[in-house]
Design a protein around this ligand. Structure first.
Ligand code: ATP
Ligand code: MG
Length: 282
C-alpha cells in the first residue's frame, strides 16, 4: 500500500509474495463488429485479486465491467494478454468460480430445495445428502419454511437469496457478482449486502463484485477498482478500503472515513462518467 500525501488517494498494490487467486495480465478484449470494424472493449488490464479478497469494480455504463467478469468466469476469452487463476492460465470455464447475475439465476420449474441443491447433485452427491446441505443453506439465507416453494411464489429479494444459496452451497473459491442486488429495494438490498458479508467472512472466497453504486462498492469491499470510460477501458484507480470489519452497510456510510474515501474515488469515477456521457452524445 502506498500513501501519497494527505489529499491523494491511497492506491493499493497487492503483495507480490502470494500467488493471487485471479490475475489479469495485460488483458485485452476486442470484438469484431458486423461491419468488420474492431471494437476494443478492454485494453491492457493488469489486476491481481488475492485469495479471500473482496474487490469491487466500478466504472461508467458500457465500459467493460461485465466483460471483465466474463473473462474471469471463462465465458469469454481474452484477445490479448492472459487470465491466470491460482497461477495457472485459464482455459475454458473457470471451475473455481460461481456467478450471481442481476437477473434471476433460479430455474422457475424447480422448487427452492431443488434449485439450491442442484450444484451438489451435479457434483454427484446423493439426493438425501444434497437436500440436507441445501436445507442448511436455505436456513442460512433466511428462507426456512420456503423449501417447497417455486421461484414465482417468492419476492425478488427472496429469489436473490435462493440464487446466493445456490452459488454458495458449492463453496466456490471465487464468487463473481454482476449488479446482483441492483434490482432490489433499498432495505432488502442492505439486508442482502449484510448477509453476503456475514457469509463471506466465514469463507476464504475471493469476491469480484460489479456495481454501479459506489457507496455499495465501498461499504462491502476491501478494494475498489475504477475502470476508465471505454472504448479500450483500463484500470484508472485502485483503492484500498481500510474500514473496520465486521461492517453494517447501512451505518458505515456515515463514518467520516467512508465519506472521505467516497469523495476520493468519486473524483476519479466522475471524470470517466462524464467522458462516457460525452462519447455517447457525439
Ligand atoms: N458479445 C459482444 N459482442 C460485441 N460487443 C460486445 C459484446 N459484449 C459486450 N460488448 C460491448 O462491450 C462493451 C462493454 O460491455 P459490458 O457489458 O462489459 O459493459 P458494462 O461496463 O458491464 O456496462 P453496464 O454498466 O451497462 O452493465 C459495450 O460497448 C458492449 O456493446
Ligand atoms: Mg454490465
Amino acid at each position: 500500500m502506498l500513501a501519497m500525501g494527505s489529499h491523494e488517494p491511497v492506491r493499493y498494490a497487492s503483495s507480490p509474495v502470494q500467488t493471487p487467486m485471479i490475475e489479469l495480465k495485460n488483458a485485452s478484449k476486442e470484438y469484431v463488429k458486423p461491419s468488420g470494424e474492431v471494437h476494443t472493449v478492454l485494453r491492457n488490464i493488469d489486476l491481481r485479486i488475492e485469495k479471500g479478497e473482496f474487490c469491487s469494480i466500478v466504472g461508467p455504463s458500457g465500459c467493460g465491467k461485465s466483460t471483465t467478469l466474463n473473462l474471469i468466469a471463462g465465458f469469454e476469452e481474452t484477445t490479448g494478454g492472459k487470465v491466470h487463476i491460482m497461477g495457472e492460465p485459464l482455459k475454458g470455464i473457470n471451475p473455481r468460480a460461481a456467478c450471481v447475475f442481476q437477473t434471476d439465476n433460479t430455474y422457475p420449474w424447480k422448487t427452492v430445495m431443488d434449485n439450491v441443491s442442484l450444484g451438489l447433485r451435479l457434483k454427484g452427491l446423493k439426493k438425501g445428502e444434497a437436500y440436507r446441505e441445501a436445507k442448511r443453506w436455505i436456513e442460512r439465507v433466511g428462507l426456512k419454511g420456503f423449501e417447497n416453494h417455486f421461484p414465482h411464489q417468492l419476492s425478488g429479494g427472496m429469489r436473490k437469496r435462493v440464487a446466493l444459496a445456490q452459488c454458495l452451497i458449492v463453496q466456490p473459491e471465487i464468487l463473481l457478482m454482476d449488479e446482483s442486488f441492483s434490482a432490489l429495494d433499498v432495505h432488502t438490498r442492505q439486508l442482502m449486502e449484510d448477509e453476503l458479508l456475514n457469509i463471506w467472512e466465514e469463507t476464504s472466497a475471493s469476491v469480484v463484485f460489479i456495481t454501479h453504486d459506489l457507496e455499495e462498492a465501498i461499504a462491502l469491499s476491501d478494494r475498489v477498482v475504477v475502470l476508465t470510460a471505454g472504448p479500450g477501458a483500463t484500470v484508472k484507480g485502485d483503492y484500498r478500503i481500510n474500514l473496520p470489519r465486521p461492517r453494517n452497510v447501512a451505518e458505515i456510510r456515515f463514518q467520516p472515513q467512508f465519506m472521505s474515501l467516497h469523495e476520493q474515488i468519486w473524483d476519479d469515477l466522475r471524470d470517466e462518467v462524464m467522458i462516457s456521457y460525452a462519447n455517447a452524445n457525439k
